[in-house]
Design a binder for this molecule. Structure first.
Ligand code: UN1
Length: 481
């Protein structure tokens, strides 16, 4: 059986406690054993990163690029194998698993090129004879904490940006999907990085907390739920450690009377139920104007009931299981709550039996929902969506913005006027027009507003705002020759 050990200062380290990594499509399938690190190992990882930093921060750009290129290439060469492993441990269907592997590789490849564009600017001074330049320098030791829903891609975009910009990094993946993160670390361990530049620490939130509390971490990049993000932010604030948070969402998809119904249904079904609804960008509020409401609800119900729920690796499955038991319990609690609150459960929301024992849940739609219900205000993170009626565009727009979150939003309309107005007024970090609220490119900024995010955006060139510091240098020729 495969053991997933921590990787600290170039060595694989035995952990204290063992966690069995089970397949959510078949809980009798134990994928491997994750060995949790202890506190001393967490401290060792930070110390290793600290001592590797001076040399790595001055490493040659070509060395960084070649290492990233090697990592990206191996991920691509093993895309089916890694995608299968990812689907087996996380529960997303194989096409989604392989899609995530491709996304991880693409981001690493992107960073392999981006290291060369890591440059500065020259300015004229307002004072005579003086020159100014601004440059960016790596920040030091970065801690990346990643969630179970993107066990490979999320680690890839944090780690590749960290090391590409000359930082040293400690990755702490979720204990619920350790195999993909471990496979990624194993690839990195053979890519030629000096010891200590990349470290992997396995464990639960407890070890994550020990890392967050370390005095020697210069930046924390976290993807996960709002409450954890807020705890991290409060702790980091005491030491003025920089933080980047990519948190949850309660993402609205507005469907107007003039929408193309087919496009609206495609966007809604993909946005609500792809990856079993376990995406921070999932469409959990479908806000529909009254002229199309009943047509939309009927068509949505038909398409949702046709989704095949089953084993993530079985051909023909459209929606895999919920990723883990605590998440399934949470989904069921909200489904009960939605009924108590008076929304109409149109379909789904029940455990489903299949040949294998897995965390299967039928996709749930609540219609006639009100935006003030808890099922419309709190992130569920499962295959549960709500349909909220709206009088007209203006009301739909204001309902869309009436949320504490602001990650992603969408509108389906054939009207340029409404599309432009929505784009201008949506209080979200990302707006999708005639497209699902989920699904992002890797070469453009990604992140949310309001409770959905904090700090600078991830991805692309905007990653340098978190992973590097600015320096402004004033030079006078003085008496130099
Ligand atoms: C997407 O919509 O494809 O954890 C991206 C998440 C996000 C990424 C979602 N960090 O769901």
């Amino acid at each position: 059986m495969q053991s997933y050990r921590s990787y600290i200062d170039g060595n694989w380290c035995q952990g204290d406690e063992i966690w069995k990594n089970t397949n959510p499509s078949d809980t009798s399938d134990i994928i491997g054993e994750c060995e949790f690190s202890n506190r001393r190992q967490a401290e060792d990882a930070v110390a290793a990163a600290r001592s590797a930093f001076p040399a790595w921060s001055r490493s040659q750009l070509e060395e960084r690029a070649k290492i990233l290129d090697r990592i990206g290439r191996e991920i691509t060469d093993r895309r089916v194998e890694l995608g299968t492993l990812l689907s087996r441990e996380e529960g997303k269907v194989l096409s989604e698993g392989i899609g995530e592997v491709d996304r991880a590789a693409s981001f690493v490849n992107y960073m392999a090129g981006e290291v060369f564009r890591f440059d500065g600017k020259r300015y004229a001074s307002v004072r005579p004879g003086i020159e100014i330049e601004t440059t960016r320098e790596p920040i030091g030791v970065v801690l990346g904490i990643t969630p179970w829903n993107y066990p490979l891609a999320n680690g890839a975009w944090k780690v590749a940006a960290a090391i590409g910009y000359g930082n040293c990094v400690i990755l702490k993946p979720s204990e619920f999907a350790p195999a993909s993160a471990w496979a990624f670390a194993e690839i990195i361990s053979r890519a030629g990085l000096p010891p200590g530049v990349f470290n992997l620490v396995m464990g639960t939130g407890e070890i994550g907390d020990a890392l967050v509390n370390s005095n020697d971490v210069d930046g924390i990049t976290f993807t996960g739920a709002v409450p954890t993000g807020q705890v991290i932010l409060a702790k980091a604030a005491k030491r003025q450690t920089r933080v980047q948070l990519e948190l949850g969402g309660k993402n609205p998809l507005v469907i107007l009377d003039d929408a193309d119904l087919e496009i609206a249904i495609n966007c809604a079904v993909f946005g609500a139920f792809s990856q079993t609804g376990q995406r921070c960008t999932a469409s959990s509020r479908l806000i529909v104007t009254k002229g199309i409401y009943s047509k939309f609800v009927d068509a949505l119900l038909k398409r949702t009931e046709a989704l095949v729920v089953g084993h993530a690796l079985e051909k023909g499955t459209n929606m895999g299981p919920v990723s883990n038991e605590p998440q399934l319990e949470k989904d069921l609690t909200y489904i009960k709550l939605g009924q108590e609150e008076g929304a109409k459960l149109l379909c789904g929301g029940a455990r489903v039996k299949r040949e294998t024992a897995g965390h299967f849940l039928s996709p749930a739609i609540f219609s006639d929902a009100h935006n003030d219900m808890r099922i419309c205000r709190e992130e569920i993170f499962g295959p549960v969506t709500t349909v909220i009626p709206a009088r007209d565009y203006e009301e739909a727009k204001s309902l869309a913005n009436d949320t504490e979150f602001g990650l992603s939003s969408g509108i389906v309309t054939t009207s340029l006027k409404y599309a432009r107005d929505f784009n201008r007024n949506s209080q979200a970090g990302m707006v999708a027009i005639n497209l699902p609220t989920s699904g992002i490119d890797y070469h453009v900024p990604f992140g949310g507003r309001k409770l959905s995010g904090f700090g600078s955006r991830e991805h692309a060139h905007s990653a340098d705002e978190f992973f590097t510091e600015n320096k402004t240098t004033y030079t006078s020729p003085g008496n130099c020759d």
